[in-house]
Design a protein around this ligand. Structure first.
Ligand SMILES: NC(=O)C1=CN([C@@H]2O[C@H](COP(=O)(O)OP(=O)(O)OC[C@H]3O[C@@H](n4cnc5c(N)ncnc54)[C@H](OP(=O)(O)O)[C@@H]3O)[C@@H](O)[C@H]2O)C=CC1
Ligand SMILES: O=C([O-])CC(=O)C(=O)O
Length: 442
C-alpha cells in the first residue's frame, strides 16, 4: 500500500460542498480478520488537491493508526478515502445539510435496488447530500464491501459517505432515517412463532441501538417481515423515540392494489388515488376499494363488478407476494425497493390535496376504534416534513369493518407471541390454524 497525492479532477470540485473541509470516507467496521491491515494516518490535502491512501487492492479495508491506537471509525478504501479541500462553494451552496441514512440487510436483494435510488437523489431530492450507513453481519461483510464498491463506481455526486458495519450501536449513530430490511427469511416448515421470535430479537436489539445512538427524531421504516410486529417490537425498545416515528412498509400492497384496479378499469395507474391498505402486511390485509377513487370517482361507480372487488381484487392483492415467489423463485425485491422510495417520498413531500397514502403506524389515538398499541396500516397525509397525520374521516362499512377486525385480531395474536420482546410480560403464542402471516411464504 502507498500514499499518493493527486490533483483534484475539475469535475470533482464542482459537486463538493466546501464550506468546510469534507471527508468522504467508507468507514468499515473491522471484524477481527481485518485488524492487521494498518496504515499511517491520511494526509491533509492542500486546496484543490486530493490526498488519498491507495491500496494495492482497492477492496481491502484500510485501518488508520493514531497514537498507536486503531481508530475503527477511520477505515476507508477507494474513493471514500479521499480528503477534499476545494473552493467550489458557489456551485453547491443551495444544497441542504447532509442527512445520515441507515439501511440494514444492506447486502440483501431489496437493498441492492434501494441503495442506488437513495444515492441518486430519487428519494430525498437532487439537492440533498446523504451518508449511507450500511448494517450487515459477519456473514455479509464481504458482500457489503462489494456493495460499497458498486456505490463508488456509480459516481453519485450526492453520496458523501458510506459507512459499513456489523454493530447497530455504531452504524445507527446520529442517523435521521433507518430503513430496516435485514431479517431471516421464513424457511420451509418453520413455525410462525419461531420466525416472530428470531426476527423479533433482531428488531428488539436494533430498537435499543436506535434509542441510544440515533437522532432523537429518527424516522424508522421496517421492511423485514413480519414487518408490523417487528416495527412494534422496535418501537417498544426505543422509548426515547416518538412511537409515531415508526412505520411498517405496506406501500407495496398499496401499489399492488392500485395496479389491479387500473387494470380492471382500463386506465393508467396514476388515475387511481385514495388507496388504503388497512391492517397487517399479511393475507389478512384489507385493500379498501370503498374509499379508493379512479379519476376522482369512487371505484364502485367505475367498476360495477362488486363481486370481483370483494373477492378477486382483494385476494389478488393479499396473495400477490406469494404468486410472485412462485414465478420468480424469490420474493419481490425491485418493486419492494420502489415502494420504499414511495413510502419515504410520501413523508418528505406534501400529500396532494384530497389524496392520502398507506403506511403501518402506531394505533394510539386512532379514530377508527382499532385497538391501541399495535402497528396497523391506515390512511395518512403528510405536510412533507417527515411527519404525518392520520386521515380521520374515511368511511368504513360493514364489509370493511369485519375484515379490518380480522387483521386486528391477527396482530393482537402476533403481539401476544412477542410479549417477551416488548416488555409486556410472558409470551403466549396462539396464532390459530390458518397461516396468514406472510404473503410471500412458500
Ligand atoms: N414489507 C414488505 O412489503 C416486504 C418485506 N419483505 C421482507 O424484507 C426482508 C428482506 O428481503 P430481501 O432483501 O429480499 O432478503 P435477502 O435474503 O436478500 O436479504 C435479507 C438480509 O437479511 C439479513 N439477515 C438478518 N438476519 C438474518 C438471519 N438470521 N438469517 C439470514 N439472513 C438474515 C441478511 O443480511 P446480513 O447477513 O447482513 O444480516 C440478508 O442479507 C424479508 O424479511 C422479506 O420477507 C420482502 C418483500 C416485501
Ligand atoms: O414474504 C415476503 O418476503 C414477500 C412479501 O412480504 C411480499 O411480497 O409482500
Amino acid at each position: 500500500m502507498a500514499m499518493a497525492e493527486l490533483s483534484a479532477p475539475q469535475k470533482t470540485s464542482t459537486f463538493l460542498n466546501s464550506s468546510s473541509r469534507l471527508r468522504l470516507s467508507s468507514k468499515l467496521h473491522l471484524s477481527n480478520h481485518f485488524r492487521h491491515l494498518l496504515l499511517p494516518p491520511l494526509n491533509t490535502a492542500p486546496n484543490s488537491k486530493i490526498s488519498c491512501s491507495v491500496s494495492q487492492n482497492s477492496q481491502a479495508p484500510v485501518a488508520v493508526q493514531e497514537n498507536g491506537l486503531v481508530k475503527t471509525k477511520k477505515e476507508c478504501y477507494g474513493v471514500f478515502c479521499l480528503t477534499y479541500d476545494l473552493k467550489a462553494e458557489e456551485q453547491t451552496k443551495s444544497w441542504k445539510k447532509l442527512i445520515n441514512i441507515a439501511v440494514s440487510g444492506a447486502a440483501g436483494m431489496i437493498s441492492n435496488h434501494l441503495l442506488f435510488k437513495l444515492a441518486s437523489g430519487a428519494v430525498f431530492g437532487p439537492d440533498q447530500p446523504i451518508a449511507l450507513k450500511l448494517l450487515g453481519s459477519e456473514r455479509s461483510i464481504q458482500a457489503l464491501e462489494g456493495v460499497a464498491m458498486e456505490l463508488e463506481d456509480s459516481l453519485f455526486p450526492l453520496l458523501r459517505e458510506v459507512d459499513i458495519g456489523t454493530d447497530p450501536y455504531e452504524v445507527f449513530q446520529d442517523v435521521e432515517w433507518a430503513i430496516l430490511i435485514g431479517a431471516k427469511p421464513r424457511g420451509p416448515g418453520m413455525e410462525r412463532a419461531d420466525l416472530l421470535d428470531i426476527n423479533g430479537q433482531i428488531f428488539a436489539e436494533q430498537g435499543k441501538a436506535l434509542n441510544k445512538v440515533a437522532s432523537p427524531d429518527v424516522k424508522v421504516l421496517v421492511v423485514g417481515n413480519p414487518c408490523n410486529t417487528n416495527a412494534l417490537i422496535c418501537l417498544k425498545n426505543a422509548p426515547n423515540i416518538p412511537a409515531k416515528n415508526f412505520h411498517a412498509l405496506t406501500r407495496l400492497d398499496e401499489n399492488r392494489a392500485k395496479c389491479q384496479l387500473a387494470l380492471k378499469a382500463g386506465v393508467f395507474y396514476d388515475k387511481v388515488s385514495n388507496m388504503t391498505i388497512w391492517g397487517n402486511h399479511s393475507t389478512t390485509q384489507v385493500p379498501d376499494f370503498l374509499n379508493a377513487r379512479i379519476n376522482g370517482v369512487p371505484v364502485k361507480e367505475v367498476i360495477t363488478d362488486h363481486k370481483w372487488l370483494e373477492e378477486g381484487f382483494t385476494e389478488s392483492v393479499q396473495k400477490r407476494g406469494g404468486l410472485l415467489i412462485q414465478k420468480w423463485g424469490r420474493s419481490s425485491a425491485a418493486s419492494t425497493a420502489v415502494s420504499i422510495v414511495d413510502a419515504i417520498k410520501s413523508l418528505v413531500t406534501p400529500t396532494p390535496e384530497g389524496d392520502w397514502f398507506s403506511t403501518g403506524v402506531y394505533t394510539d389515538g386512532n379514530p377508527y376504534g382499532i385497538e391501541e398499541g399495535l402497528v396497523f396500516s391506515m390512511p395518512c397525509r403528510s405536510k412533507g416534513d417527515g411527519d404525518y397525520e392520520l386521515v380521520k374521516d374515511v368511511e368504513i362499512d360493514d364489509y370493511l369493518r369485519k375484515r379490518i377486525a380480522k387483521s386486528e385480531a391477527e396482530l393482537l395474536a402476533e403481539k401476544r407471541c412477542v410479549a417477551h420482546l416488548t416488555g409486556e410480560g410472558i409470551a403466549y403464542c396462539d396464532l390459530g390454524p390458518v397461516d396468514t402471516m406472510l404473503p410471500g411464504e412458500v
